[in-house]
Write a protein that binds this ligand. Structure first.
Ligand code: FE
Length: 207
């Protein structure tokens, strides 16, 4: 009788252990990530960055709603811009154009340095935030600082997108999407022609 009880108890313990093992082995990757504290912290940083961008976009929408135009440090007439920029630069920067994908000179560039606005020289993105998104345009997961760019809601071409503008001169740079990599989860999809590049060893390209 005693042996039987011991056997039943041992069987139960074995059953419970196996059931726990199977449960943990079959967690899907998302669930496993959710239970991992490091992953939790990473996801919360990405979520925070997404919210910050959404708030910035919201505040710009509010400015637009009130009918107050965004003010920029560098203000030039479109005629002046036309004289200073190449026709392609003018089309993208001042007429919100888009260069053909996979054609831009910075799309594949993988050197240390800083990307600046081709119109006014404002520092915009660091090379260590650039990543290969495969989308055909230079992509970054964050700007060099929160004050480097401003955002505007763009409803052109039947899409709702968030346009990215240079905060110093208001020129169009590209768009930001929320399908980027960690740590922000954002993808700043920027036209090469809207950028200049300053190598870390100070050799300057563009303006
Ligand atoms: Fe600029």
């Amino acid at each position: 009788m005693k042996t039987k009880l011991i056997l039943i108890a041992a069987g139960l313990i074995l059953l419970i252990s196996v059931s726990f093992y199977l449960q943990s082995a079959h967690l899907d990757p998302v669930e496993q990530a959710r239970q991992n504290p490091v992953e939790q912290a990473r996801q919360s940083t990405a979520e925070q960055a997404r919210q910050n961008t959404a708030e910035q976009v919201d505040s710009n929408k509010t400015i637009q709603k009130k009918g107050v135009k965004m003010k920029f440090k560098v203000v030039k007439s479109e005629e002046e811009w036309k004289k200073e920029l190449t026709p392609e630069q003018f089309h993208v920067l001042r007429e919100k154009g888009t260069e053909r994908p996979f054609t831009g000179k910075y799309y594949k560039l993988n050197e240390n340095g800083t990307y600046v606005c081709a119109a006014c020289g404002n520092e915009l993105f660091k090379s260590d935030t650039k990543f290969d998104s495969g989308c055909g345009w230079p992509s970054y997961f964050k700007p060099i600082s929160d004050s480097a760019v401003v955002y505007q809601r763009d409803t052109s071409y039947g899409m709702v997108r968030t346009e990215v503008l240079c905060a110093k001169c208001g020129s169009h740079l590209g768009h930001v999407f929320d399908d980027g990599p960690d740590p922000t989860g954002l993808r700043y999809c920027i036209n090469s022609v809207a950028l200049g590049f300053e190598r870390a060893d100070s050799v300057k390209e563009g303006k």
